[in-house]
Write a protein that binds this ligand. Structure first.
Ligand SMILES: *Cc1c(COP(=O)(O)O)cnc(C)c1O
Length: 400
């Protein structure tokens, strides 16, 4: 009989270089060991206000309705869709990877007539096809776009798509789960109507909170709904009444400890500087890509659209991709992610997110990969990938 629940559990110190959660800085972990206060304690209200204010800076917005949802990123996806959409509305969702597929699924479950704009995985969203869909579906209420497709490693430049959707009178919902904290996301300048993220990707906290921001146009649409929101937990009005500093009406018990974590991880972002943080992610990703190329490995995404926080690598013919990940975890204590959906068993996803985006981590994962691939029969020149990354780092100046 297994009675392992009698034993204390001690988590290993993994190097988390997958698609999230990312490795969490000790400062954030320490913040989580503070005593729990009540969710209606005035001291906690100050913590909430701090978090909202810092989130506005990270999103580059003055939107009043900016706060973390008590959920992971998927909860923010549900919050966006369930509040914006009413049964019978039309939503257009661009699907160029697993999370676009999920966003469309959620829009459909909200009862929206959901039009899919598909493009091949590894490419950005197809904006010509988006325009065709907008033309063919007058009165579209919402356009959904994934800024950084974590499943494929591709970024979709947003400005043109947002302007286009607005010309056709649609609201724009942007999934910035993986881009916030590692790429520029400018909610006000780009005129995004609803933008959301998640604590465990490039914001550097554990999973459990999902920041979201609603602009005026989106709030107008929500206020003009003719039917009530079909979710209690994600009903924006209820959530916002708790986060609003003049109301503070109980909606659900706030995850106190996670809010401490979010505040500390945001404080660390403010100390580093948002632009500097993006530059660090870009610098680290460039080194990783140089190393992978030197190993003869190919990426799923063309150079112009590659993400900073996650690099998606094709596992070479004849190599058991899951076995390689297993050895990285067991022999080197490094977690990288496998593929999702149509990329399942075909790729590795190496994340350099938040605290994980460090030169030293690139060197570690490259040298471990060299060892494992060589042992699996793949031809490897030892040190070549590490040297390529070192050259990239040396030429590119920004310390990390
Ligand atoms: C991780 C991720 C999500 C979902 O977030 P969860 O925290 O797993 O619920 C949504 N969109 C993108 C682009 C993601 O990378």
């Amino acid at each position: 009989m297994n009675e392992s629940y009698f034993d204390e559990f001690e988590a290993p110190n993994r190097l988390l270089l997958g698609a999230g959660p990312c490795t969490v800085h000790p400062r954030v972990l320490r913040a989580m060991t503070q005593p729990v206060v009540g969710h209606l304690d005035p001291l906690f209200f100050q913590i909430m206000d701090d978090v909202c204010e810092m989130l506005r800076r990270v999103f580059h917005t003055e939107n009043y309705v900016t706060m973390p949802i008590s959920a992971t990123g998927t909860g923010a996806m549900e919050t966006a869709c369930v509040n914006i959409l009413e049964r019978g509305d039309t939503a257009i969702v661009c699907r160029n990877g697993y999370f676009g597929v999920r966003l469309a699924d959620i829009a459909e479950r909200c009862g929206a007539n959901t039009v899919m704009v598909d493009s091949p995985w590894g490419e950005p969203a197809d904006l010509n096809a988006l325009e065709d869909a907008l033309k063919a579906n007058p009165g579209t209420k919402m356009v959904g776009l994934v800024h950084a497709e974590t499943s494929t490693g591709a970024i979709t430049p947003l400005q043109h798509a947002i302007d286009m959707a607005h010309r056709y009178g649609a609201l724009v919902v942007v999934d910035a789960v993986t881009s916030l904290g590692s790429h520029e996301v400018r909610v006000d300048d780009w005129d995004i109507d609803v933008c959301y993220s998640a604590s465990q990707k490039c914001l550097g906290a554990p999973p459990g909170l999902a920041p979201i921001s609603f602009g005026e146009r989106a709030m107008d649409a929500i206020n003009k709904r003719s039917t009530r929101v079909e979710s209690f937990y994600f009903n924006l009005q209820g959530v916002a009444e708790y986060w609003n500093e003049t109301q503070r009406v109980y909606h659900h018990t706030s995850p106190i400890t996670m809010t401490y974590a979010m505040r500390e991880s945001l404080r660390m972002m403010m100390e580093e500087g948002i632009d500097q943080r993006h530059a660090r992610h870009a610098h680290v990703a460039a080194g990783l890509r140089a190393g992978l190329a030197a190993m003869g490995l190919e990426l799923t995404t063309a150079e112009d659209y590659q993400l900073n926080p996650i690099t998606v690598v094709k596992s070479p013919e004849g190599i058991d991709e899951a076995a390689v990940r297993g050895r990285l975890l067991n022999d080197y204590n490094i977690e990288v992610s496998g593929g999702l959906g149509e990329f399942r068993n075909r790729v590795w996803r190496i994340g350099m997110m938040g605290e994980g985006a460090r030169e030293s981590n690139v060197l570690s994962v490259l040298s471990a990969l060299e060892m494992i691939l060589a042992d699996s029969g793949y031809e490897v020149a030892f040190g070549a990938s590490v040297a390529a990354a070192q050259r990239s780092f040396a030429n590119n100046g920004i310390a990390s």
